[in-house]
Design a protein around this ligand. Sequence first.
Ligand SMILES: [Zn+2]
Ligand SMILES: [Zn+2]
Length: 375
Amino acid sequence: MSVRELAVLGTASQVPTRHRNHNGYLLRWDREVILFDPGEGTQRQMLLAGIAASDLTRICVTHFHGDHCLGLPGVIQRLSLDRVAHPVDAHFPAGNGEYFARLRHASSFYETAEIRERPVLADGQTFETSAGRLEARRLRHPVETYGYRLVEPDDRRMLPDRLAAYGIHGPAVGELARTGHLDLPGRRVLLTEVSAPRPGQRFAFVMDTGLCDAVFALAERADLLVIESTFLTEDAALAAEVGHLTAAQAGRVAAESGVRRLVLTHFSQRYGPAPRRKPVTGGPVADTGPAAGAGSATAVPSASAAASLSAASLSTGATSAASLSTVATSAAERFAAEAREHFDGELVVAEDLIRVSVPARPVSAVATPPAASAP
Ligand SMILES: [Zn+2]
Ligand SMILES: [Zn+2]
């Protein structure tokens, strides 16, 4: 069975905090397993999330600021230590390829794994993957930075009842899919009569950037968008100056781009929990309990955002410092509230070690077409 989900390994910008590791995001999309922006500590976060280095098929680095790449040496050496037999493709800004070279060989190790360097040479460059087209777009940040999106091609899915009605089975199904029609005695059956549209899904990953056209291009009709929201609106001027987004801007991007599920991350530590003690009043744990070694998070519908955010905080390792969770939650609620000013779809304020599934295709997209007259 195919699995399409994001494992969040770290959510802190610039410096890690007591509750947030440096960046790290792993997208599992059927056979393709892509690690985005491994910051410091990624190798251990993978362990805590139940992810093996041998699962990786691809690494994508948006840029070479430390919070997005200092985990590369550990992950790369781990691939060799674990004798990973398949090649792993690595994408990164070509203009800063020297940093990748240094990180790749940061210290002595016995290299056996095959890392295939496939740098991004230009805005709009695409790479074919088993999951569809991987596209890189140049973002606005002080160093060369690319966001990525994965675009699955549109397809069709066969309708077993329609095939059965025409008596089509076995190799004939493959021929029909390949050629678009099948000639039966006295009748030609068209592919459209026995199949329904299966629109491709999209995943977008937008890290450090000021607001620019490429952000909207990457986010366009994304089923799942992971986007930095380093700052709150009170610091919007600073965000623009240093090439970052606010939560409100991220919400606007999602709303204007037709995003279905929005994940906010890469938070500045300035809004984090202060070391002050507050009593915990508790809250519903709902459906965000730990699973398979890591927390899991369903998307947060707007009506229950506050309750589910509280649950997410409490379910991801913060319980040992439960008295701090209330403060942490209030920061998450502020990010959510500002994104909500623009976006009314499904919203997740990321916590370390949660999992967020790629939402299933809308029911209307896989509806059975009008019945054709069977022979
Ligand atoms: Zn960053
Ligand atoms: Zn940066």
